[in-house]
Design a protein around this ligand. Sequence first.
Ligand code: HEM
Length: 263
Amino acid sequence: MFSINPFAELTLIVPAFFLQLFVVAMVLLIIIGTGLDMLHKKNVVYFFRNASKAKKSAKKELSAGKKTAVILKTVASDIATTSELGFGKRRLAHVLGMYGTILFWIASVVLIFKYSDGVTAPAYIPIIWHVGAIMTCVGGYWFWFFLRVDVSAEAHPWYRIITADLFVLALLACATFGLAWSFSQSIGMTGLSYLFLVLFIFANLTLFGGVYWSKFAHMFYKPGAAIQKNLAEADGSRDNLPPPADAPEQFGLGIKREQPKHY
Ligand code: HEM
């Protein structure tokens, strides 16, 4: 199953061109959804206004080299390892899900655009596709069942679903139905494989069509915000926040009463 290209079988009934068109449509949905989200929330306008305000209170002018170093450090730590989530299960689950999804998407694009026209894909590309989907499931289900704030801290049951769950659920549905489709195909259960294919298509339409309503766009906003935050640290403007107090952190006993959970 792992080394079989699940899209190859599909092109026997649907021309490769339609698969490619579907991918292009999904990319357009991301652009439209994120664009509408930015217009609605006005978050980008706020972001740039805040950044230019902070620049005025900068204590020092950063050279191009220093700026590049700050940006590279942000990419390597804040973005590539989601350091914002501290050291713990939350970060590990996110990193698994994030890299899993990236692998799954890249392998899907390569398989659909390069290897769906009768050309056999080298085994490692379908393997990347399956491993990516499995990583997404491990990170995503771990987050869903155990780590969500309302589940782990507010003791709501895992099956309580709210609009904010649209992103993680649609992402999990894509990876799960993708795997189920590939598995049922590989064991020759054609009827079942069509059912999972339809569910896989619906899951993708929900994930990419729901960008405006879901947390999808955080994958673009978070890196931008992390870069701005670290540049503001480096130039001393600190986003107009007061400097850290030069005094011991005395918050009373209350803060030690319970282990912090880092969310
Ligand atoms: C392909 C890229 C990414 C994927 C698939 C992804 C996936 C997810 C998922 C499924 C969640 C849980 C959403 C929920 O609360 O229901 C999440 C939350 C989060 N993501 Fe991402 N993410 C990506 C990129 C990023 C990047 C680049 C950053 C930071 C630079 C980031 C930071 C966060 C943070 C801080 C949370 C909140 C985590 C929590 O509440 O435990 N994500 N992400």
